[in-house]
Ligand binder design. Structure first.
Ligand SMILES: Nc1ncnc2c1ncn2[C@@H]1O[C@H](COP(=O)(O)OP(=O)(O)OP(=O)(O)O)[C@@H](O)[C@H]1O
Ligand SMILES: [Mg+2]
Length: 281
């Protein structure tokens, strides 16, 4: 089972002077249980693409299948899709609106029809998962810092227990430790519960560390869709479109050019350390 996009196009403000072709002939398949990274220059269409995955935006043309069902067919239950595909927006303040954090995180499960008690149980579980401290549960979401807002927004989606979690730059506004904590937690959920994760990120390091597959967007098209290691082999082409491979990739290439016999397919710091140790021992 999977999410499958076939020749999907999306045009903003079609037929007006502001018309903008944001997605062009996207063909993709994301199997259930995968951890997928999406990267691309600003304006390349990442946010537009992921807003199609839970039906928030409707393709101008083309098809989208969720577990084999065409979500654009007449009578398709969009609500079921929204229950299964949880989307955390790029700007978390767009997602928070209730009087306090607890009520906000309860909103999703409440909408799904669960009792108050069950909603609170799910909300508590989600708030613990994202590491938001208890003292914030009764605070207005608007009083939170950027990083805390982000955690609250992620908790609000996790409380709905989605099968697919789509995150648009979830670590923006977090310090490095906060960033690692959140992504480690998401990676843990992915591993333990088979949650499909689709992560839009600016960080090649994060993608290299967590993702099974990397989709590179460029000007509304899919430029690469492969294992991160394979994509990073094209680092010159990535540079040409304003992107880059993880920094360790460059270090390994430099070492190789200087005659150190290290492999250059290394993409994380721990792999680089192992590779260097292998060569010098
Ligand atoms: N509401 C909108 N109306 C018109 N054009 C839009 C709208 N939202 C996005 N666009 C345009 O569509 C294109 C794709 O935008 P999108 O937000 O999907 O890019 P992105 O890859 O998410 O960028 P970023 O990295 O800055 O978040 C851009 O050219 C953008 O200017
Ligand atoms: Mg975006």
């Amino acid at each position: 089972m999977s999410i499958k996009l076939e020749h999907l196009n999306y045009i903003y403000s079609q037929g007006t002077a502001y018309e903008k072709k944001a997605l062009k002939d996207i063909c993709l398949e994301i199997p259930n249980g995968e951890f997928v990274g999406i990267i691309g220059h600003t304006g390349s269409g990442k946010s537009t693409l992921i807003q199609h995955l839970n039906g928030l935006l409707r393709a101008t043309s083309g098809e989208l299948y969720y577990n084999g069902e065409n979500i654009y067919r007449e009578g398709y239950h969009m609500k079921d899709l929204r229950n299964e595909v949880g989307l955390v927006f790029q700007y978390p303040e767009h997602q928070l609106f209730e009087i306090d954090v607890m009520t906000d995180v309860c909103f999703g499960p409440k909408n799904q029809g669960f009792s108050q008690e069950e909603c609170e149980k799910r909300a508590l579980e989600a708030l613990r998962l994202v590491g938001l401290k208890e003292k914030y549960y009764k605070v207005s979401p608007f009083e939170l810092s950027g990083g805390q807002k982000r955690r609250a927004a992620i908790a609000g989606v996790l409380a709905m227990r989605p099968k697919v979690l789509v995150l648009d730059e979830p670590t923006a506004g977090l310090d490095p430790k906060g960033r690692d904590d959140i992504l480690d937690q998401i990676a843990y959920l992915h591993k333990e519960s088979g949650l499909t994760v689709i992560l839009v990120s600016h960080s090649m390091e994060d993608i290299a560390r967590y993702a099974d597959r990397l989709i590179v967007m460029n000007k509304g098209t899919v430029m690469y869709n492969d294992m991160p290691k394979k994509v990073f082999e094209h680092y010159r082409e990535l540079e040409a479109v304003g992107l880059a491979a993880p920094k360790v990739t460059y270090i390994m290439h430099d070492l190789a050019e200087r005659g150190v016999k290290v492999g250059t397919g290394v993409t994380t710091v721990s792999e680089a350390a192992d590779e260097i140790m292998r060569v010098i021992s």
